[in-house]
Design a binder for this molecule. Structure first.
Ligand code: PHE
Length: 428
């Protein structure tokens, strides 16, 4: 199904049994939306960079998405059987190269290279995933990290100074871990650090993220008010909470959630960097600090009032012309074209290896950006034949034109054909 060689950035890769990256995904790697100062993703990135200007961070914005499993997984301590490594979750060019699934893939090189106490990386990342209004196989992350040295005699003073340098916010913070200084055994402090080092690194981390979230969401409120919204939540103080999380390369780890329009919004994973990552980056035994990773697309959707994640990739001038550098403005929707709904139902052979993400990918690769969302609406196992039946509902809708029955029929046929050829299904 894949050619024997594929090309990316002028390099040629021999395909093998790991290859699963379709051409339309490789095309997306050229877009670099975060580098466009007049695009919502670029505007949000700049807002964060401006917020932390002169606070000791180096900004990296041009890492290419091609990385090795070593960079994306091994060096970060992902176990061999972690689902993130599988072909159903990740795009592989071949067994030795993949499209990064997170900006943490660059921690290793940034820790080695960075001359300032901290750094920020912004980049496009890729994951095979569901298809709906908030999921797209390409999206953007902003990663931050900061280190101190145990060998610095004044480490405590320095840390206190660094904490004091983060501007105060009036957000309401719910954090059951901040006062309670004993660490959970599931999510422990690392032995090589003192309690005080872990406590101060965690505090600096959390204050940094709270400040970031405050700047971003304050701007979202101002923009919503300017656009004439009088909704109540715009006048309440911003509320966040910290919950425990687990990442193979940080301990302890957390996630911050932001209360926004009546919902807790997962925003950003973070934690105290594991010593092994720093040692692997030739930083010796004595460095310690934190890292976080924040997804930009969902936040940009809120900030700019963008109803569908596909719009970020639109080349339509009616989208692009609405945004200018340095300004958070509310998207003015242009008319939405009518959609078409279709189902695909089939029997799977017994012991089929078909993963939901495979179906999503096939539909996406045949329908491209005409696919608004796909849901598995029905699934059952026939008690006698042991065959499974699945039914997927596909909503087709274009961002910039009317659809024709003929083109949808063609896509549907293509999807069915692909499912038959690759997974031996029987269409119902
Ligand atoms: N890379 C993680 C993610 O994609 C986020 C993260 C970054 C967590 C750095 C901890 C430290 O979810």
């Amino acid at each position: 199904k894949f050619p024997s060689e594929i090309e990316l950035d002028g390099q040629t890769f021999k395909t093998d049994e790991w290859t699963n990256v379709p051409p339309y995904i490789l095309e997306l790697t050229k877009r670099q939306l975060h580098q466009d100062v007049n695009h919502p993703i670029g505007i949000l990135k700049e807002l964060v960079e401006t917020t932390f200007k002169d606070m000791g961070y180096t900004y990296y914005n041009d890492f290419k998405p091609l990385v090795t499993p070593f960079q994306n997984f091994d060096v970060l301590g992902f176990p061999q059987d972690h689902p993130g490594r599988s072909k159903s979750d990740t795009y592989y060019l071949n067994k030795d190269y993949l499209l990064r699934t997170h900006t943490s893939a660059h921690e290793h090189e940034c820790f080695q290279e960075c001359k300032t106490p901290g750094y920020f990386i912004t980049a496009d990342v890729y994951r095979r995933d569901e298809v709906d209004r908030t999921h797209y196989p390409a999206f953007h992350q902003l990663e931050g990290a900061r280190l101190w040295s145990q060998e610095d005699e004044d480490w405590e003073l320095q840390m206190l100074k660094d904490i004091a340098a983060i501007p105060q916010t009036d957000i309401i913070v719910e954090d059951p871990f901040r006062e309670n200084k004993t660490f959970n055994s599931e999510n422990p402090k690392q032995d090589y650090m003192t309690d005080r080092q872990c406590e101060l690194a965690s505090l600096h981390l959390k204050k940094t993220i709270e400040y970031l979230v405050n700047q971003v969401f304050e701007n979202a409120r101002i923009s919503a008010k300017l656009a004439g919204s009088t909704e109540e939540y715009l006048n309440e103080p911003l509320k966040v909470r910290w919950v425990e999380a687990y990442f193979p390369w940080t301990s302890p780890s957390w996630e911050i959630e932001v209360w926004w329009k009546g919902e807790w919004l997962e925003c950003c994973g973070c934690g105290v960097v594991q010593n092994q990552v720093l040692r692997n980056s030739n930083l010796g035994e004595h460095k310690f600090g934190w890292a976080f990773g924040i997804g930009l697309d969902r936040i940009a959707m809120l900030l700019f009032g963008i109803p569908d994640i596909r719009l970020f990739w639109s080349l339509d001038e009616r989208f692009k012309n609405q945004f200018v550098q340095g300004r958070i403005s509310t998207f003015a929707p242009y008319s939405k074209y009518p959609g078409i709904k279709r189902d695909v139902s089939f029997w799977l052979p017994p012991d089929s290896q078909l993963h939901v993400n495979d179906v999503m990918e096939i539909i996406r690769s045949k329908g491209g950006d005409l696919i608004e969302n796909v849901t598995l609406i029905d699934e059952f196992l026939h008690p006698k034949t042991k065959k499974t039946s699945q039914c997927y509902r596909i909503n087709y809708q274009s961002m910039d034109r009317n659809l024709t029955r003929e083109e949808i029929n063609k896509i549907q046929e293509g999807v069915e054909q692909e499912l038959i050829e690759n997974f031996n299904v029987k269409i119902r």
